[in-house]
Design a protein around this ligand. Structure first.
Ligand SMILES: [Zn+2]
Length: 305
């Protein structure tokens, strides 16, 4: 394990970990989370001072890099956060809270809490629609788990949660937990997340017909007639995404509740959108997740909703 990334200094030493996170969150130097000031900030020193404590002389408040992020209110040392983020970022099918608890030596409750906050950091916010001229985006839906209102043992897709996913070929993935597979559930999400200049690929579900007409092109494959590929017209990319997602959900997150499904989706989207084939290695992926901690403060109470 001598060369393991987990034995690196940033993973073992809290001060080094905080400095590493600061460099990613504040590339231009510390920014006060209370007033937004950046030019009159002093680093607090002294033996009794917490590591990474700053004072803003504009608003006279103190802060660390954790304030206003998913790490706020957490007593877990930053180096353990980095270990957890690295593990979640580098495991293709995710990592269970049980495994995380054993690997990090924290309680199951803490591990569970950390996983949820890390997924929140991975969640992409405020992005523009996908695709564009010359881009191909595959859209499909899948069914997973059991809806909370359905009694145990009930079978059939209508008892499951519906997930809608857009995958741009050679690009990123975006998944949504939607109410069902009716027009009202699917079309508004596609319209809001897909540029009209894109070529859209779907199966022959009628729900995609009208929205398909609004796109530059719409290719459909008829799965009912065992037709899966017709030249560029296929949905193999989004199906490949679902295959990793489903193996992860079955093997690692079999107890993911409906109310947390959107965060599990964010995790699988994040790893896919920052994958090796796009030039992102495990360390860079972890660094990108760290950049996502800002502005997503998640308390214990909100993570239970
Ligand atoms: Zn300030």
């Amino acid at each position: 394990m001598a060369n393991s990334i987990l034995s690196a200094k940033v993973m073992q030493n809290e001060a080094a970990a905080i400095a590493w996170v600061e460099a990613r969150v504040w590339p231009q130097g510390p920014v006060c989370p209370h007033c937004g000031g950046f030019d009159r900030i002093g680093k607090m020193a002294g033996k009794a001072t917490r590591i990474g404590l700053y004072k803003c002389y504009q608003c006279r408040k103190q802060f660390t890099v954790k304030v206003g992020t998913v790490f706020e209110d957490s007593h877990v040392p930053m180096n353990l956060w980095l270990q957890a983020m690295y593990l979640l970022c580098s495991s293709k099918k995710g990592i269970s809270s049980n495994q995380l608890s054993r690997t990090l030596g924290v309680t199951l409750k803490t591990a569970w809490f950390m996983s949820h906050r890390i997924r929140e950091a991975m969640r992409v916010v405020g992005v523009e629609p996908m695709g564009g001229a010359g881009e191909v985006v595959e859209v499909d839906e899948t069914y997973i788990g059991r809806r909370a209102i359905v009694p145990k043992g009930a079978k059939g897709w209508y008892n499951k949660n519906t997930v809608l996913t857009l995958v741009q070929r050679g690009g990123s993935a975006r998944s949504f937990h939607v109410d069902g597979n009716r027009l009202d559930d699917i079309v508004p999400v596609v319209e809001a997340n897909l540029k009209r200049e894109s070529a859209m690929m779907t199966d022959e579900a009628p729900v995609y017909r009208e929205v398909g007409k609004a796109m530059a092109a719409h290719g459909t494959v008829n799965h009912g007639q065992d037709e899966y590929v017709r030249g560029a017209i296929h949905t193999n990319t989004v199906e490949g995404f679902y295959s990793i997602f489903k193996r992860g959900m079955k093997g690692t997150y079999q107890h993911c509740k409906e109310k947390h499904l959107h965060r599990c989706l964010a995790e699988f989207d994040f790893r896919y959108s920052n994958r090796v084939r796009l030039g992102v290695d495990d360390v860079e992926r972890t660094a990108r997740a760290v950049k996502g901690i800002v502005g997503k403060r998640l308390t214990y109470a909100t993570s239970h909703k």
